[in-house]
Design a protein around this ligand. Structure first.
Ligand SMILES: Cc1ncc(COP(=O)(O)O)c(C=O)c1O
Length: 421
């Protein structure tokens, strides 16, 4: 993968025709180190957030070699780019064929479930294996997330006790609980509250959990959504864990997706046409801009104009975007603030799109074929620069970059628990 100092260098050198995923592996490395240094348990990356090989490889290079996978293609991806890693199949509904391949071909031992039927399916598809780690996904009520994820998966807390008991009896290895407080969770205490609910379900079932998996949901920074410091989330989880009725040996796991990758990548799009305040771009809601359409998130933007002869105007105005397909859903309302003289042939860098960006690409209308290039500038915002327990971040080149990131030495390892392979 070619590295450019800045997106402008890329545009000046070769005016790309296709959208470009601008990636910053160092930024993923910082996020991985921060989580591993500060989370008192095992960190499993939720591959769905960004399944790009460069992400998997960067995490593995940082020693983050545990992955939450949801399908056989995700398992194949991890096996190819981080061989020997530990994988947990955390989708609560899997095909029998997928379970069998995961268990026998890829050595996956950890499976999530939220029904008795899925438990039976896992047992049958693994030939009644006794060495499974069975994680019961609970449907907790958690507030404060931009995307609630409680509707589709998770056994209700009233129905949980018999399922917990059945899972406990079905394995000689680990039995655990997991939940998901929702993606882009803006309230740190949601975790502690969910853990209290999980603890009550376990007490009612009369079983101890070997694993408490708090899922994902850790937020990133977007315009209008500046979350509390990440430290507050970890403090809430560590407090919640102390309060749970669990064994000394019970393991704490988390499955962050968004927070590890969101700030590390942006998308460079070309302006194909301007109609008043509407810019027609070569990427859109069927490509990397799903959240800009469906959640109406006004991602941060920067104009990148290749021509040195004509600097962009200092006056900003609000724009909306249309993507390249013929569907009128392919509309991102923004507002996106750009120089008022933006025109055809300019490029727009849309920031904070490392999570659920390229992951959402489709081929509709023949589009969706983004390329990837590494860049050496800082992300548009950083949760890790804002964290109280800060960490050394890459590059301190200019004052502009210092606004979003803070440069100080990491504080060292915080009581890491034993890592399981
Ligand atoms: C089981 C599970 N774990 C982890 C995640 C990652 O969530 P996030 O990207 O919000 O951290 C998801 C997202 O849908 C999920 O379903």
């Amino acid at each position: 993968m070619r590295t450019y100092h800045t997106p402008l260098d890329l545009v000046r050198e070769r005016s790309p025709e296709r959208p470009v995923a601008l990636v910053r592996p160092d930024v993923v490395a910082v996020a991985a180190r921060w989580f591993q240094d500060n989370f008192k348990g095992d960190v499993l990356y939720a591959v769905k957030a960004n399944p790009s090989p460069w992400v998997i490889r960067t995490l593995a290079e940082q020693g983050l070699t545990a992955f939450d996978v949801a399908s056989i293609p995700e398992i194949e991806l991890v096996a190819a780019h981080a061989p020997g890693s530990r994988m947990a199949f955390m989708h609560p509904v899997k095909s029998r064929a997928a379970i069998t391949r995961a268990y026998f071909d890829y050595g996956v031992r950890t499976f999530a479930l939220d029904t008795h039927d899925e438990l039976q399916k896992i047992l049958e598809a693994t030939g009644q294996a006794r060495d499974l780690n069975l994680i019961v996904r609970l449907g907790v009520s958690a507030e404060g997330a931009a995307y609630t994820l409680s509707g589709k998966f998770g056994v209700g807390l009233d129905q949980a006790p018999p399922l917990l008991l059945a899972a406990r009896r079905a394995t000689e290895e680990l039995m655990g609980v997991s939940f998901h407080v929702g993606s882009q969770c803006m309230r740190p205490t949601a975790y502690q509250a969910a853990m209290a609910q999980a603890s009550r379900a376990l007490v009612r079932a009369g079983v101890f959990a070997d694993v408490v998996d708090v899922g994902g949901g850790f937020p990133s920074v977007y315009p209008g959504m500046v979350p509390p410091a990440l430290d507050d989330y970890l403090d809430s989880i560590h407090r919640g864990f102390e309060e749970m009725k669990v064994h000394e040996t019970t393991e704490l796991w988390c499955e962050p997706g968004r927070v590890l990758v969101a700030e590390a990548s942006s998308i460079l799009c070309k302006v194909e046409l301007r109609k008043g305040d509407a810019l027609y771009l070569n990427d859109g809601s069927y490509g990397s801009l799903f959240d800009a359409t469906h959640a109406r998130w006004p991602f941060p933007v920067k104009l990148v104009r290749g021509s040195e002869a004509e600097a962009p105007s200092d006056e900003l105005r609000a724009f909306r975007f249309y993507g390249p397909t013929c569907d009128s859903i392919d509309h991102m309302p923004g507002p996106f603030w750009l120089p008022e003289d933006v025109r055809e042939g300019d490029y727009v860098e849309i920031g904070m799109l490392g999570a659920y960006g390229v992951a959402m690409n489709t081929r509709f209308n023949g589009f969706g074929d983004a390329e990837t290039a590494a860049v050496g500038d800082a992300p548009m915002a950083s949760m890790f620069g804002l964290a109280k327990r800060s960490i050394a971040l890459p590059r301190a080149d200019d004052a502009e970059e210092r606004k979003v990131v803070r440069f100080s030495r990491p504080k060292g390892k915080a009581g890491q628990r034993r890592r399981r392979r």
